[in-house]
Ligand binder design. Structure first.
Ligand code: ATP
Length: 282
């Protein structure tokens, strides 16, 4: 069982003086899984991820990441974990190609730098100095540096913040490719559509506690939620009803209206609806 888990956390706690950032988190991430941590500002996501990355000490709890305690990892552990850091300011004067090559040199079994550059969509910027990249291009470079060592497990903290819509879609494709190749991915995000598009499972964290873990379609029992059917009466008033059998209700309305139902909509709670309800309850 242990071997099937890339990450296993029990009773994780961390406080900064009187601020409790992580208040007892239990979390399992399976090997090969894409797991998204969602939560409002200050919920404890970054603190949790930094502890898993070995960058922050915990106060209490058991943590295993690829079979090691990140606070005292095995010798080869760092090379098996990919971390996407924000910003590589110290390499401003180097080109994209030079920076990626430099990082590839840290790993015994690094990927081909040119291939990695192409994969993150920076092939036409390979010879550009990094200070001349746009914000979104810099984030792609950060991702290139996180994956050039061919990590088994990749941490991505808010990876698409600042991306334009097209860059986000391209980034999602990259994440899907990595996942298809067997990389385990733990990402934090504020974008519910991103969690829904990428994650096998989503963990909602609020006030330092994991409120729920589920597949995006099942969060908050969304898959069992009633549908809301609404329509417009001949007087122009919008009416709506909740129903477990919306098809039957629509058929009934069609009979009542003798054909087309004016202003007909059928909706179920979105991931955002259940998420907001969930964090509002905590
Ligand atoms: P965001 O979505 O805003 O990035 P987050 O979920 O990542 O938030 P954390 O950064 O883990 O949340 O912060 C959790 C809590 O711990 C917050 O109340 C924050 O103010 C506090 N905190 C985080 N880092 C420190 C620090 N270095 N010193 C003191 N308090 C901190």
């Amino acid at each position: 069982m242990e071997d099937e888990l890339a990450i296993s956390v029990r009773g994780l706690r961390k406080a900064y003086r009187e601020t409790v950032a992580v208040a007892g988190v239990d979390l399992d991430v399976r090997r090969g899984e894409v797991f998204a941590l969602l939560g409002p500002n200050g919920a404890g996501k970054t603190t949790t991820v930094e502890i898993l990355e070995g960058y922050r000490k915990r106060d209490a709890g058991e943590v295993s990441v690829l079979g090691s305690d990140p606070a005292a990892p095995a010798a080869d552990w760092r090379s098996r974990v990919g971390i996407v850091l924000q910003g590589t300011g110290e390499f401003d004067e180097l080109t994209v190609s030079e920076v990626v090559r430099h990082f590839a040199g840290f790993y015994a079994d690094a990927d081909d730098p040119d291939k990695v550059i192409a994969r993150v969509g920076l092939a036409d910027k390979a010879k550009a100095r990094t200070h001349a990249l746009s914000g979104g291009q810099k984030r792609r470079l950060d991702v290139a540096l996180g994956i050039v060592g061919r990590p088994e497990l990749l941490f991505l903290d808010e990876p698409t913040t600042g991306f334009d819509p097209e860059a986000r879609r391209e980034f999602w494709e990259l994440i899907r490719d990595l996942a298809a190749a067997g990389t385990t991915i733990l990402l934090t995000t504020h974008y519910l559509d991103e969690a829904e598009a990428l994650a096998d499972r989503v963990g909602v964290i609020a006030d330092g506690r994991l409120v729920e873990v589920a597949a995006p379609g099942r969060l908050g029992n969304r898959h069992e939620a009633l549908a809301t059917v609404s329509w417009r009466t001949p007087e122009g008033v919008v009416e709506s009803a909740e129903s477990a059998t919306p098809t039957a209700l629509v058929a009934e309305l069609a009979t009542r209206f003798g054909g087309e139902v004016p202003g007909l909509t059928v909706t179920r709670p979105t991931l955002e609806d259940v998420y907001l309800r969930m964090i509002g309850h905590t």
